[in-house]
Design a protein around this ligand. Structure first.
Ligand SMILES: [Zn+2]
Length: 330
């Protein structure tokens, strides 16, 4: 895989993924979408040659906002703040689905603007600063030090390092250690924690009023992002989400899914793991994935889906057991 075409999921938030060249591409802003009454979505930008932003879901009970994930780039967090300002309210709480920088990167900017905000996340975020993000930082530094690197890429990598170095502003104030109801910002919602699924700790929130489930990277399009995942436990977590009576699910990347679309995604996920465990060529497994899910994202994303699945097959799903299962508990 070339550096320029590096799949954006293998993005640098990972412990061993490649360091993408990402210096000069620009994202096109998209409008904030209404998902349901009192629930809005700011889609994360996902442009080839640029690090992605995860989706942000905004919930309000009237007084203030719960911001579920804050993106990576300053443009994304500024748009969150613009939206909240326009509502005349404030951000009461940030909830981070997991530790990847495309989901926690805007925490510092929002906290600087709204000093009373409380950040909720799993304890896996703390651990990541001592492990995955630390390792990623040192890989970034060696790419910056490489005389063959492009100046524009160096600039982007330095921004990544600055983000990691702002750890004190990114870390949670409140650790989510399990699944239970919580009352935050005047809203009573179900907070869920999946352990060792996409990452060491993946948080979702379910809003009973709107029947919206914000799933973070437990659901990603155009393909599941296996970079830091334990695939088997991830599959079990997806099965568990089916028990929630949601009507709409907001993924970590991609468009809102209806319930039947989610079920199809989940079945395609399990079929993908089954195919990876068999002997069919990776391209056949990718074809099956796209046949099952291709209408859930733009047709123009299909080449990227194939490229990403090709990488995941070689680096994760069909890698030697030690590498394949490195994020699974012993
Ligand atoms: Zn993500």
């Amino acid at each position: 895989m070339s550096l320029r075409l590096c799949c954006c999921a293998l993005l640098l938030a990972t412990a061993r993924g490649p360091v993408c060249a990402a210096g000069d591409a620009e994202a096109t802003p998209v409008p904030v979408e209404r998902v349901a009454q009192h629930v809005y979505l700011l889609r994360g930008a996902y442009t080839s040659g640029r690090q992605p932003d995860g989706n942000t879901v905004l919930f309000t009970g009237g007084a203030g906002w719960i911001v579920f994930d804050t993106g990576r780039h300053p443009e994304h967090s500024e748009r969150i703040l613009d939206f909240v300002r326009a509502s005349g309210a404030r951000v009461d709480a940030i909830v981070n689905s997991h530790w990847h920088l495309d989901h926690i990167g805007g925490n510092a900017r929002i906290r600087a603007n709204q000093p009373d905000v409380r950040i909720y996340a799993s304890p896996a975020v703390d651990l990541a600063f001592a492990t995955g993000l630390k390792d990623y930082r040192s890989r970034l530094q060696s790419r910056i030090d490489d005389p063959k690197s492009r100046a524009a890429d160096r600039q982007a990598w330095r921004r990544e390092i600055a983000l990691i170095d702002s750890a004190a502003q990114l870390r949670p104030d409140v650790r989510i250690g399990g699944t239970r109801d919580r009352q935050i910002a005047g809203l009573r919602m179900r907070f869920g924690l999946e352990v060792d699924a996409v990452t060491g700790g993946d948080v979702w929130i379910y809003d009973r009023r709107s029947r919206v489930l914000a799933a973070g990277d437990l659901v990603t399009l155009p393909v599941p992002f296996f970079d830091t995942a334990c695939a088997v436990r991830w599959s079990a977590a997806l099965a568990g989400l089916e028990d929630l009576p949601f009507e709409r699910l907001v993924p970590g990347h991609g468009a809102v899914l209806g319930r039947h679309q989610y079920t199809r995604y989940r079945m395609a996920f399990d079929a993908l793991l089954g195919c990876a465990a068999g002997s069919a060529p990776a391209s056949v497994c990718a074809d099956a994935w796209i046949a099952a899910t291709g209408d859930l994202y733009a047709a123009s994303d299909q080449p990227r889906a194939r490229e990403m699945l090709g990488s995941y097959f070689s680096q994760r799903l069909r890698a030697p057991a030690e590498q394949r299962d490195r994020h699974c508990p012993p």
